[in-house]
Design a protein around this ligand. Structure first.
Ligand code: HDD
Length: 696
């Protein structure tokens, strides 16, 4: 274990933390006795210009906002640490990957892409997954997404893509949505986007939590070892909790009920000590095997199927500390794909090359000049020493007479480093200057089809529904039709299903059947299940509730890491059937079933009768049912299931043992019930449950 590194960043930040204690002062430290009344000429007279306090206070306020990120404006961040499982020095000179004894502090920012800073979390969108490693060799930023491919192949198209997905320029509608004409106009004309659009229309675009999201470096990067040998590498982050998503209808409702849903979830999990974890994995391709694939490794619209090149787990990242101040840290953190350390290099992926230009440029604007690396969250824990000077908001007080190289007056300092230095991979490059897309980048459909083939039936249903929803929001029929024409190259059945949904001509069958390959690793059906950590469970109670059952259920689930809340019509406490008081966590009128992963209704005739008369309570259960969530009903609680307009077989015989997907019913809260309920929660959602007839 490295003694110095684990909290090196935290210790460094300690010098910057400020508690607003002691008497009120101006920015220059002058004490202020009144901040409620401006200095005026007479009690009812004009405010005087000489009131430096009021001028300073208002001027500072006027300047409190900085430009939001042009993309990924909405985000949430946390600190943590990364530890490798084994030394990888045979592959890379990166010290943070060289020794399981080295633990490296990290800051991670998750984000949506299209929405503004104040937009909702659960929109259909890509999620950013940006990791800053504060390594002993300098900062390394792995600026990835929760999807392994991208919309375009060359960075020159990025402004076009972003203009298309952002709110339309004439009326700035819609906010944080891809369901509008300009986006689909663009992607329909840009077939290279097809593969990514399949991911965007899949459940990956509505993650249940940042804690249940995969991350990908997307590009092929290059590891370089001490001997200068290169190996192509793709980075993967795998959440220990598994990769889980919301239901689209639920995601939309959460946008209103709790726009901070993902942000809050991350914050609260860390505050509870349920630290989210990801495993870092790498796919490695020796340089000599670069051309062994039927796609180009430099093409960011392609992934390497895991079945072809397995993902090797190389380390673990834990997020265990929330920031002290959102603006200072999460807003001011500046990621840059060109922040690399020795042992990690780029490839000629044309998207990556453009990113290496764009990120520095954007920080200069966003953070007001070239000294943004001195902002506490951005400052490396590695020593910084160079001849760069001055600029807006220079915080360093450089000493000495010289600020040039070479010098003799400054003792030759800073001297050139001779070990641990960054050496660019000595790749041989030649070629005529051209503006031309490589032939090897031209297959835009095979991997879109691979993705489609790999999905479970329910995932395909969601995908078709998402295409119908999004294209159905496009006013121009030609835009809808063009996208359908695109999809027919992926799968004829998919294109027909979408066409039927959005009222355009179903396309002809192109005849030639596409390949039948699939990659099971791409399906969320094959992720990790069973972990209840941080799962939110609602228990609906009212006066007369079977308190023993309610508490037994709660204690058993809390013991497995779930967060269980007692919800009643009114806040405070309810009287139990046994005569005691059961504290209520909140009134269900202040929340909604969409904010919970599962619902339980304990027995107690009075409690259940009262809940059954309350439309809010019935809707709560019905909505959870519609969103495929696990439901437990104990004793008379089962009758609440029958009163809410649930499909026949539930409502007709609430206590019958006929099994209903994801619903457990029991006369009492025994261990079998809790066991089964926990199992159902661990399965996340019960997709096989038919819900089409449910109106909630
Ligand atoms: Fe980007 C932000 C991820 C392509 C230009 N990008 C940004 C963030 C993430 C990504 C996670 C938010 C960082 C944070 O939390 O502060 N971007 C990606 C991925 C891409 C990608 C995975 C493709 C593989 N990006 C991309 C291209 C360009 C940019 C091709 C420009 C040519 N991205 C930016 C940016 C942003 C940004 C404008 C906005 C704010 C920022 O950088 O700091 O420079």
């Amino acid at each position: 274990m490295n003694e110095e590194t684990p909290d090196a960043k935290n210790r460094q930040l300690e010098n910057d933390r400020t508690d607003s204690e002691g008497p009120l002062t101006t920015e220059t430290g002058v004490r202020v006795e009144d901040t409620d009344n401006s200095l005026s000429a007479g009690e009812r007279g004009p405010t005087l210009l000489e009131d430096f306090h009021v001028r300073e206070k208002i001027t500072h306020f006027d300047h409190e906002r900085i430009p939001e990120r042009v993309v990924h404006a909405r985000g949430a961040g946390a600190y943590g640490h990364f530890t490798p499982y084994e030394g990888l020095s045979d592959l890379t000179a990166a010290h943070f990957l060289s020794d399981p004894g080295v633990t490296t502090p990290v800051f991670v920012r998750f984000s949506t892409v299209a929405g503004s800073r104040g937009s909702a979390d659960t929109v259909r969108d890509v999620r950013g997954f940006a990791v800053k490693f504060y390594t002993e060799q300098g900062n390394y930023d792995l600026v990835g997404n929760n999807m392994p491919v991208f919309f375009i192949q060359d960075g020159v198209k990025f402004p076009d893509f972003v203009h298309a997905v952002k709110p339309e320029p004439h009326n700035e509608i819609p906010q944080a949505q891809s369901a509008h004409d300009t986006l689909w106009d663009f992607v329909g004309l840009q077939p290279e986007a097809t593969h990514m659009m399949m991911w965007l229309m899949s459940d990956r675009a509505i993650p249940r939590s940042y804690r249940t999201m995969q991350g990908f470096g997307v590009h092929t990067f290059r590891f370089v070892n001490d001997r200068g040998q290169g190996t192509f590498v793709k980075f993967h982050w795998k959440p220990l909790l598994g990769t889980h998503s919301l239901v689209w209808d639920e995601a939309q409702r959460i946008q209103g009920k709790d726009p901070d849903y993902n942000r809050r979830d991350l914050w609260e999990a860390i505050e509870r000590g349920q630290y989210p974890e990801w495993e870092l994995g790498v796919q490695l391709v020796p340089e000599e095997n670069e051309h062994d694939f039927d796609f180009d490794l430099l093409d960011p619209t392609k992934l390497i199927p895991e079945e072809q090149v397995p993902v090797r787990p190389v380390g673990r990242m834990v997020l265990d500390r929330n920031p002290d101040n959102f603006f200072a840290e999460t807003e001011q953190v500046a990621f840059h794909t060109a922040n690399v350390v020795p042992g990690i290099d780029f490839t000629n992926d044309p998207l990556l090359q453009a990113r290496n230009f764009s990120y520095l440029d954007t920080q200069l604007l966003r953070l007001g000049g070239s000294n943004f690396q001195q902002i506490p969250v951005n400052r490396p824990v590695a020593e910084v020493s160079n001849n760069q000077r001055d600029g807006f908001s220079q915080h360093r007080v450089h000493r000495g007479q010289t600020s040039y190289y070479p010098n003799s007056l400054g003792g030759g300092c800073p001297a050139l480093a001779d070990e641990g230095v960054y050496r660019h991979y000595t790749e041989k490059v030649e070629g005529a200057k051209v503006r031309k897309r490589a032939e090897s980048f031209k297959d835009h459909y095979s991997q879109a089809r691979l993705f489609y083939n790999s999905l479970a039936d329910w995932e395909r249903d969601h995908l078709v529904a998402a295409f119908r929803f999004e294209l159905g929001k496009c006013e121009e029929l030609a835009v809808r039709q063009r996208e359908v024409a695109n999809l027919v190259n992926v799968d004829h059945g998919l294109a027909v299903a979408v066409a039927e949904g959005v009222g355009v001509e179903p396309p002809e069958d192109p005849g030639a059947a596409g390949h039948g390959d699939s990659s099971p690793a791409l399906s969320q059906a094959n992720t990790a299940f069973g972990d209840l950590t941080g799962r939110q469970v609602a228990v609906l109670v009212d006066h007369g509730v079977d308190g023993t059952a309610a508490e037994a259920l709660r204690d058993a689930l809390v013991g497995r890491g779930a967060v269980v809340e007692m919800l009643a019509p009114l806040d405070g406490a309810v009287r139990t059937r046994e005569g005691g008081d059961l504290p209520v966590d909140r009134s269900y009128t202040t929340v909604s079933s969409v904010l919970y992963d599962a619902v339980a209704v304990p027995g107690g005739p009075d409690s259940v009768a009262s809940l059954a008369e309350d439309g809010e309570a019935r809707h709560f259960v019905l909505e959870a049912y519609k969103h495929h969530k696990p439901i437990a009903a104990v004793g008379q609680g089962t009758s609440l299931l029958s009163g809410g307009g649930l499909p026949g077989r539930l409502s007709e015989s609430p206590l019958e043992t006929e099994s209903i997907e994801g619903v457990v019913r029991s006369p009492g809260a025994d261990s079998d019930l809790t066991e089964e309920f926990a199992r159902l929660i661990g399965l996340h959602r019960h997709w096989e449950r038919p819900t089409d007839a449910v109106s909630a």
